[in-house]
Design a protein around this ligand. Structure first.
Ligand code: C2E
Ligand code: SIN
Ligand code: SIN
Ligand code: FE
Ligand code: FE
Length: 410
């Protein structure tokens, strides 16, 4: 358990840490984990407000987690409820005030809300003490609700939440809310960009970009583990890479329909024009401000480079697309980047993208069988692909298959 001094120190560094995370899912995970650690709570949930509705969005529960085999994720169903005074979360959303309940099974008869036993009964869990507090932005709008469940003493016995901790929890929530609002805005804008790319190129569906994002962070995590990156570097890398990978082909929005939607094989001129989608995409993130912008630029720019140096666009100036003066072939074209000249995120997404492109049907090709796909990828280790990413890819193929299934074409 944390001492009061430790809590204050943590609170001070928290705002900085939370504001470095852009990905909404990863942010919710961290907000809840930190909030629970602050007050030594067994479980907790986050609800997100949407007009008059509360969406139960995310939950953690150490007791239920311990009943699962190690490494397995807690499965929970998301649900929505109206914001009114019938429920505890709804009541809190109405009043906007922190609610500290010592025992939800012994509510005073005067209160308008009641505790729903549904979750406890289906999960085989007993909720007792509960703090419910608002995630308010700087204008005072409630973005969501943080619900922290079952404070524990040093023996692990459930106790009420200390009233002394309420101020600290409110402070924590206001820091978290600022980060949450920013992540929600970033995600909304990026999802619009992805949707725009989809409208231009309906064959590159949302499912495709979700898969490429999923495969990429899976490969990255394993790579990061092998190379001894620390937990923070992994978390922030995952966070940036996921959305960056989803935007790998965003430069295709600037490619003419005649080329983009051609129902057959490209001529060599058409292929040259299509190659510009890398530089065009990277240009959208040229004024890199955040780690995410940098990752998105790196991915768009480098996802068609090849490990053996025969990829594109090679050593060109992002702003102009022109070959860099000292990196040209004899014919004046840009030399391809080679080996570790290609940034890691580019090497990872190159593999994730081709794995998905080969496994899917396109206007210009049929889907390949998994055996053919894997054979090609193995054969291209050290040629088209970084051999280490291929190695990781093959060792994680079962997880990649699960991602493929989860985001299959409807
Ligand atoms: P995409 O369909 O997402 O494919 C991404 C990458 O997967 C391709 O990059 C290529 O490396 C690999 N790939 C896809 N299909 C095949 C295949 O049948 N055989 C092999 N060996 N590799 C394959 P690439 O070639 O640079 O193409 C970039 C994008 O250009 C493609 O993205 C697609 O949108 C478009 N494209 C490429 N060739 C053609 C074509 O012949 N016709 C049309 N209509 N579009 C094409
Ligand atoms: C998001 O909020 O999910 C998008 C931003 C990012 O992943 O970096
Ligand atoms: C995550 O970002 O934590 C989820 C990974 C996935 O969706 O494949
Ligand atoms: Fe591409
Ligand atoms: Fe693609």
């Amino acid at each position: 358990m944390l001492t009061a001094k430790e809590k204050l120190d943590e609170l001070l560094s928290l705002g900085i840490e939370l504001n470095q995370l852009n990905d909404l899912d990863i942010l919710l995970e961290k907000i809840l984990r930190d909030a629970r650690r602050f007050v030594n709570a067994d479980a907790g949930s986050i609800y997100i407000c949407r007009k008059d509705i509360l969406d139960f969005t995310y939950t953690q529960n150490d007791t239920l987690q311990r009943r699962l085999p190690t490494g397995e994720k807690l499965i929970y169903s998301t649900f929505s409820m109206p914001i009114n005074t019938d429920s505890i979360a709804g009541y809190m959303a109405t009043t906007g005030e922190l609610l500290n309940i010592p025992d939800v099974y012994q509510l005073s008869p005067d209160v308008p809300y009641s505790f729903s036993k549904k979750f406890d009964e289906s999960a085989g869990y007993t909720t007792r003490s509960m703090v419910t507090l608002p995630l308010k932005n700087t204008r005072g709008d409630i973005l969501g609700i943080l619900q922290i469940i079952n404070a524990q003493d040093e023996n692990g016995d459930v106790i009420p939440f200390a009233t002394d901790d309420e101020t600290l929890m409110l402070h924590f929530a206001s820091i978290a809310a600022v980060a949450l609002e920013r992540a929600q805005m970033t995600r909304a804008i990026l999802l619009r960009m992805i949707r725009m790319a989809e409208m231009r190129d309906p064959k590159e569906t949302g499912a495709h970009v979700n898969r490429v994002g999923g495969y990429s962070i899976e490969i990255f995590e394993k790579w990061a583990e092998r190379h001894g990156l620390d937990e923070k570097e992994i978390e922030s890398g995952r966070d940036s890479l996921r959305m960056a990978a989803m935007l790998h082909d965003v430069g295709k929005v600037a490619i003419s329909d005649l080329i983009l939607k051609k129902p057959g094989k490209f001529s060599s001129d058409e292929r040259e024009l299509m190659k510009q989608h890398t530089v065009l995409g990277a240009q959208l993130f040229l004024q890199a401000q955040s780690d995410f912008d940098e990752a998105a630029r790196e991915v768009a720019f480098n996802h068609h480079e090849r490990w053996d140096g025969d990829g594109y666009p090679g050593h060109v100036d992002i702003a102009t697309g022109e070959p860099l003066p000292d990196r040209q072939r004899h014919d004046g074209t840009a030399r391809g980047k080679k080996g570790e000249e290609i940034p890691l995120f580019g090497r990872i997404v190159a593999l994730a993208d081709v794995y998905d492109a080969l496994s899917s049907a396109r206007v210009y090709k049929e889907a390949w069988s998994e055996a053919d796909v894997l054979e090609t990828i193995k054969a291209e280790a050290g040629a088209q692909f970084d051999p280490e990413t291929v190695d990781i890819f093959l060792s994680r193929i079962d997880v990649l298959r699960a991602i493929q299934e989860r985001y299959s074409e409807a």
